[in-house]
Design a protein around this ligand. Structure first.
Ligand SMILES: NC(=O)c1ccc[n+]([C@@H]2O[C@H](COP(=O)([O-])OP(=O)(O)OC[C@H]3O[C@@H](n4cnc5c(N)ncnc54)[C@H](O)[C@@H]3O)[C@@H](O)[C@H]2O)c1
Length: 343
């Protein structure tokens, strides 16, 4: 979309080389805005944004959000944070720092620029919930000392910081609680259920189900999710959230595995493993607030989204040397050791 200079915004997307961030950037550029992608390439890859190189309205900056950032912008989307358990548990102290120091640094930037800022929060703030589906006024049941706490409590603290900057400094904030999202550009080795199942199925390996497979999840297709984030950012200033963005259709993990097998024609079958610690039994968003205040609801059916995601992984697996798991160093700044050209 061509935009006049005065309606074009300069938008910072932290975590822009990741799965969700790269789709968000595609959408913002398609809407005619100028985008600065800020990412330390911990779990993101240049491959997710390489199709944008040469675009005059796109810029990439390699930067860790745990350090202050001095740039000019009209809006900030704060997505930087490893999102899958394998990645966020690799260096849990750095995960908490990314959520908490990252939020402080980005909120400080928004305060200086007097600009709107959106936080990518998560359904993990509800922990192992006692109410179903989860509404935004439920405070959650989170273990503060478990292996998932670096992510869950980090994100909860980031929400606190957003609301305190709003109350204390009048900052225009938006907080989205994102539920399980899937789609092209998910990392193939991040251990998330959709990518795991698809990669195993495409290799004709057994699909690994943790527990008996009766635990449920809801899966939101990435295009729907991005639409929700943009609608939230563009919503009136008095609507700040937190708001659930996710798909309320619930499936058991076994049902998901069976769908993936049917759509890929895998011959690998299923294998059962014990449930990991603190794995929630059930997670489903109540999206009444998003429907009422944003006019938003997901449109993509699971089969349709899975077909697109399977197509992506089929082509990615056909070029194995181009897509590797990020090289992560415990205790050190989690900058990838894999050269750009190989990622
Ligand atoms: N995908 C989901 O289902 C989901 C669900 C709930 C919340 N979220 C949230 O959405 C955001 C994006 O998730 P995603 O699925 O795209 O994950 P992702 O791992 O693909 O993307 C995260 C990005 O942040 C970058 N990053 C990590 N630490 C950083 C740091 N210190 N400084 C700068 N960049 C850093 C990574 O390199 C990566 O590009 C995260 O904040 C995540 O918590 C995602």
């Amino acid at each position: 979309m061509a935009r006049l200079y005065d309606s074009r915004k300069r938008i910072v997307v932290t975590g822009g080389a990741g799965f969700l961030g790269s789709h968000l950037i595609d959408r913002l550029l398609a809407d005619g805005h100028e985008v600065l992608c800020v990412d330390n390439l911990f779990t993101g890859t240049k491959r997710n944004i390489e199709h944008l190189s040469g675009q005059p309205l796109f810029e990439f900056m390699r930067h860790d959000v745990t350090f202050p950032l001095y740039v000019e912008a009209d809006e900030i989307y704060n997505l930087a944070c490893p999102a899958s358990p394998i990645h966020y548990q690799h260096d849990p102290v750095q995960t908490t720092k990314t959520s908490v120091h990252g939020a402080i640094n980005m909120l400080g930037l928004a305060k200086r620029l007097k600009c709107r800022i959106l936080q990518a929060s998560t359904s993990e703030v509800y922990g192992d919930p006692e109410v179903h589906p989860q509404r935004e006024d439920y405070w959650g049941k989170v273990n503060p000392i478990g292996v998932r706490s670096c992510y869950d409590e980090g994100k909860r603290c980031a929400e606190t910081l957003f609301f305190d900057y709003h109350r204390q400094n009048g900052l225009e904030i938006k907080v989205a609680r994102i539920f399980n999202t899937y789609g092209p550009r998910m990392h193939p080795a991040d251990g998330r259920v959709v990518s795991n199942f698809i990669v195993q199925a495409l290799k004709n390996e057994p699909i690994t189900i943790y527990g008996d497979g009766s635990q449920t999840r809801s899966f939101c297709y990435v295009d729907d999710l991005i639409d929700g984030l943009v609608k939230l950012m563009d919503s009136p200033a008095d609507f700040i959230g937190p708001v659930n963005i996710g798909n309320p259709n619930e499936f058991t993990i076994r049902e998901l595995a069976e769908k993936v097998i049917a759509l890929t024609g895998s011959k690998g079958g299923l294998v059962m493993e014990p449930l990991p610690q603190d794995d929630p039994r059930q997670r489903r968003p109540d999206i009444t607030l998003a429907r009422d205040r944003l006019g938003w609801a997901p449109k993509t059916q699971l089969d349709e989204g899975l077909k697109a995601t399977i197509g992506y992984f089929r082509s990615t697996l056909a070029q194995p040397s181009r897509r590797r798991a990020p090289a992560m160093r415990a205790g050190a700044a989690p900058v990838s050791l894999v050269p750009f050209s190989a990622r």
